[in-house]
Design a protein around this ligand. Structure first.
Ligand SMILES: [Zn+2]
Length: 84
């Protein structure tokens, strides 16, 4: 039985995987702006966790519903105050 090293196809596949990563990142629609905005929201949420304000509306102080936090843990306002 001949041992298969897989050198040829494996080498090509490895190169293809490495080169496909930048393509995936570039294909997304404006990922940087949304990512930095989300990071800021998460950072703010973590700060509220530390100060014990997490889960409370920044505007009226009422508790934010669990369903709302489940949908968006970084939410900083209750449903009533979120209406624009
Ligand atoms: Zn509110």
């Amino acid at each position: 039985m001949k041992a298969y090293t897989g050198r040829g196809p494996a080498g090509i596949r490895t190169t293809g995987t490495a080169s496909s990563m930048p393509d995936d990142a570039g294909g997304a629609i404006q990922p940087k702006r949304q990512a930095s905005d989300q990071l800021k929201r998460i950072d703010d949420a973590l700060r509220r966790l530390e100060t014990g304000q997490f889960g409370h509306c920044l505007y009226c102080g009422d508790p934010i519903s669990v369903a709302r936090l489940d949908h968006d843990p970084t939410s900083e306002s209750c449903g009533a105050c979120d209406e624009d």
